[in-house]
Design a binder for this molecule. Sequence first.
Ligand SMILES: *[C@@H]1O[C@H](CO)[C@@H](O)[C@H](O)[C@H]1NC(C)=O
Ligand SMILES: *[C@@H]1O[C@H](CO)[C@@H](O)[C@H](O)[C@H]1NC(C)=O
Ligand SMILES: *[C@@H]1O[C@H](CO)[C@@H](O)[C@H](O)[C@H]1NC(C)=O
Ligand SMILES: *[C@@H]1O[C@H](CO)[C@@H](O)[C@H](O)[C@H]1NC(C)=O
Ligand SMILES: *[C@@H]1O[C@H](CO)[C@@H](O)[C@H](O)[C@H]1NC(C)=O
Ligand SMILES: *[C@@H]1O[C@H](CO)[C@@H](O)[C@H](O)[C@H]1NC(C)=O
Ligand SMILES: *[C@@H]1O[C@H](CO)[C@@H](O)[C@H](O)[C@H]1NC(C)=O
Ligand SMILES: *[C@@H]1O[C@H](CO)[C@@H](O)[C@H](O)[C@H]1NC(C)=O
Ligand SMILES: *[C@@H]1O[C@H](CO)[C@@H](O)[C@H](O)[C@H]1NC(C)=O
Ligand SMILES: *[C@@H]1O[C@H](CO)[C@@H](O)[C@H](O)[C@H]1NC(C)=O
Ligand SMILES: *[C@@H]1O[C@H](CO)[C@@H](O)[C@H](O)[C@H]1NC(C)=O
Length: 840
Amino acid sequence: MDVCRLICLHIVFFNVINCNPCEVSGTAANCRDRNLTKVPDNLPAWIRSLNLKRNRITELPNKAFSRYRLLKIIHLDKTGLTFIQKDAFNGLKQLNVLTLSKNKMDLSNSNSADIFKPLTSLIKLDISENDYIPDVSSVSYPFLGYMTQLRNLSMDLLSERVLERCGFGQLKLKLLYFNRCYIDRLTNKTFLSLPSTLEKVHFYNSKHITDIESNTLRPFVNLKVLRLNKVCSRFDLALKLLYPYQNKSISMIDFTEVNPGICDGPLHFPSAVIVTKEMFKHLQKVCIKNLVLMEDGIVDFEPKSILWYKFPECFESIVMSKNRFPITNGFKLAELLGLTRKLINLKYFDLSYNPLSYDDTEPFTSNLDDSLFTTKHEHAEKLNSFSENKTFYISLPPKLEKLRISNFLQKIADSNLTIGIQNPSKLKYLDLSYFLSYSIPDLMFLHHSNVEFINLTGLDSRLFVTRKKQPLLESARTVILKQTHLGRTIYTFGESTFQAIPNVTTLDMSSNNIWYIPINAFSANKQLSKLIISFNLFAEIPISLMSLSKLNDLHMEYNMLQTINQTMRNWLEKQRTLNNGTFVLGLKGNVFKCECDTSDFIRWMFETKVKLDKENKKYKCRLKNGTVSTTDRVHNEFHHLFSNCGSQYWLLVGIVLLSVFTVLTIPAAIIINCKWRIVYWIYREFKTVVQKRLKQDFCYEVYISYARDSGNWVKDSLVPKIENCWRMTVCVEDRDILAGGSFAEAIAISIEKSRNVIFVVSDDFKDRTWTSYEIERAKYEKYTGNLHHIIIITKQVSMETIPTEFNRFWKDVMLIEWPEEDCDFGWDKLKIALFQQDKL
Ligand SMILES: *[C@@H]1O[C@H](CO)[C@@H](O)[C@H](O)[C@H]1NC(C)=O
Ligand SMILES: *[C@@H]1O[C@H](CO)[C@@H](O)[C@H](O)[C@H]1NC(C)=O
Ligand SMILES: *[C@@H]1O[C@H](CO)[C@@H](O)[C@H](O)[C@H]1NC(C)=O
Ligand SMILES: *[C@@H]1O[C@H](CO)[C@@H](O)[C@H](O)[C@H]1NC(C)=O
Ligand SMILES: *[C@@H]1O[C@H](CO)[C@@H](O)[C@H](O)[C@H]1NC(C)=O
Ligand SMILES: *[C@@H]1O[C@H](CO)[C@@H](O)[C@H](O)[C@H]1NC(C)=O
Ligand SMILES: *[C@@H]1O[C@H](CO)[C@@H](O)[C@H](O)[C@H]1NC(C)=O
Ligand SMILES: *[C@@H]1O[C@H](CO)[C@@H](O)[C@H](O)[C@H]1NC(C)=O
Ligand SMILES: *[C@@H]1O[C@H](CO)[C@@H](O)[C@H](O)[C@H]1NC(C)=O
Ligand SMILES: *[C@@H]1O[C@H](CO)[C@@H](O)[C@H](O)[C@H]1NC(C)=O
Ligand SMILES: *[C@@H]1O[C@H](CO)[C@@H](O)[C@H](O)[C@H]1NC(C)=O
């Protein structure tokens, strides 16, 4: 026993000394991405799992794994394998899983014919996505018939002939993935050699399939799942595959990206498909539990096709997203409503990403059977008043739980329409994000609503605040209000904004340009525990949050927070204790202030038990001299950086004393000596100051200083935005400073005549000839009281490229770190900086 342990220890020790490149934990060895050229022979012999993905093992020699007889799992994907010797897998009697995908194996080599013979316990094998040498037509697969336990197989569909020789007859396969299909015709004979035990068959990434015969899938009598994904075939041909399943039950039919338009090149664009009754004649007769018809390029359909089924009661989920077909005009709506009533088991319906706008020549409600509006519902008195009240009643399928109609662009008739929804009692999840019809109809739940999740991203929040009766929002626990112009809504509706969602526990209102929330705004939202207000313009934690006793998860990433003051820190600590000792706070993307007056915040950050989003507490922060550092570094040098914080007080005393001294000495000096010089000096200084103060004749609103590498952005985005959108006059060097005369003087005059200066800091900015000069002039104008704002825009540059000239007057400039994508967030910051009355 001890000897054995000693040996084991020795092996472990030996491996450490050997600098074993693999990571062994328990019985699993991970050798992924290690540039290995052969199977390592120094791993513990008892390992059960060996991951060799993404190495450079080009050849597997005989007995390559003889040391590891207990192996159950081997991964050899993407490792450049070209050849496997006959006895490479010898001894692996217990192996269950072998994956060899994405290699360059020459499997047709006669030596390889029996490579899988030793693997008698194999359950799962992946030999798909090989780059075949020299070409597909000459390749054949090794014999698979030895692996009697094999259930899951991934391979490529090369040809009928290859399938015949694989020995499938003996196998009881359940699942077959064809990860690439090189075949161009699927005939009644193609799969005759495959076992009838198959339950799931997937076809991925096919080449162009020119013909499909309707009995192709006949051998798969036990099929439960059929999936076609990125199959380059005419949609109607692919639908023929369902011929054998008429009058039968299938658990899942998934036709995603089945379209001939997407075959070549990286740019996929489906060709338009108009679904006819003929195309759907087989599909309609199958009892399908889950149907997916996604990204198939469907642009329209004929009567009795896509909304017409023989067994509608079979459906549990229907996904038809990412097509482009209209569904709300003419017979379509009538068919849809007819179908809805029969979908008695449907739980999930998805019609998202249906970007279609069209001229609605037919009104929404035309062509509809009057009976639709007089269906049995409780509010019988409303029936007759349809024409005036324009309420249109839809019965949701009784078991529907989840409804997604996001990114949906279709005209839904007139603005006064109300859609009355019946039977929504089971509905829990409603996604209406970016639901763009000409106007959003008033959704009215006649019954009590139980919706828990509602996504309204991209809609106009005003619509929901102003409507009186909204059971839909009243019951919601999770409400997503991203990009809903909420900033404007709060501005208009103030405290009543959030009264519409009394039961909310999770609220996402990121990306809304909010900088202010009225103090009593959340008085109706006592249940709120998670609040996301990232990507807004908050300069401090809104005080209105203090009324939310259950709040324990607050996200304020990418705002304009500079610090969190004592009051708010105490509140955060209190919330944490109130909520079982956990409070999560997201602060990433803010640039904090690391100066004397915020030093206690920095210290708090490292002492608190509030869980911050960055484990290492490394947030950006700006030192007094303008250098941008990180909070963790500042905390490490805390005493060094903040040691002389108290001395400011003495500086103040010094200044006061000096002033007193000057006030007392000047009159004395005047009286005693050099009288006129002092009078002149005072006069001159006074005069300039008065002159400057009176001078209000600015020529430009904004002076922009930039280097050549940001020229395009300045000319194409910044200047047009300021001039055309915000109606401010702009001075840019290349355009407004005339040639001739002294350039320096021209710059000085232009800056003097500008109300604001924007420096666009890019990589070349520091080395530009006039940079320092312009900064000095701006500084001068700032101190003479002329200039309103100095704004620095940094565009993805490191802090070192910001000229040091700024450091000395850092407190007077506004730094805007421009976001990587040119989004509204940056523009809003700039707008606020330009339009605010005083410096922040
Ligand atoms: C593998 O080789 C590549 C290219 O030679 C190199 O960039 C990479 O760092 C190497 N990886 C390891 C883990 O040695
Ligand atoms: C085979 O596939 C099924 C279905 O995807 C899966 O549940 C099972 O775990 C797979 N078997 C192995 C050994 O990976
Ligand atoms: C394939 O099967 C279908 C359905 O049984 C039949 O109509 C068709 O003629 C067959 N094709 C060939 C080539 O036998
Ligand atoms: C399906 O069943 C119906 C009767 O329920 C029968 O009339 C029809 O022929 C069957 N269709 C097929 C393809 O078996
Ligand atoms: C419209 O419906 C409301 C109830 O929602 C009802 O009070 C009102 O009388 C109706 N208008 C007409 C003209 O019937
Ligand atoms: C909608 O109703 C308002 C009054 O409530 C009316 O002025 C307007 O004309 C109506 N619009 C349509 C399209 O019926
Ligand atoms: C809400 O909808 C938007 C837009 O469709 C989507 O990006 C987002 O992931 C959705 N949010 C949730 C929580 O589902
Ligand atoms: C939502 O809150 C209101 C009180 O504002 C309450 O009457 C109602 O029952 C709640 N609804 C749900 C579904 O909890
Ligand atoms: C602390 O910050 C909050 C906002 O986050 C502000 O309302 C409050 O006045 C500040 N308190 C003090 C003492 O500065
Ligand atoms: C705190 O934990 C206790 C028990 O662990 C639980 O009963 C209580 O509901 C929790 N409170 C909150 C606010 O999560
Ligand atoms: C600003 O101060 C920090 C810490 O005192 C120092 O490391 C840094 O070099 C200074 N930066 C400049 C530009 O003076």
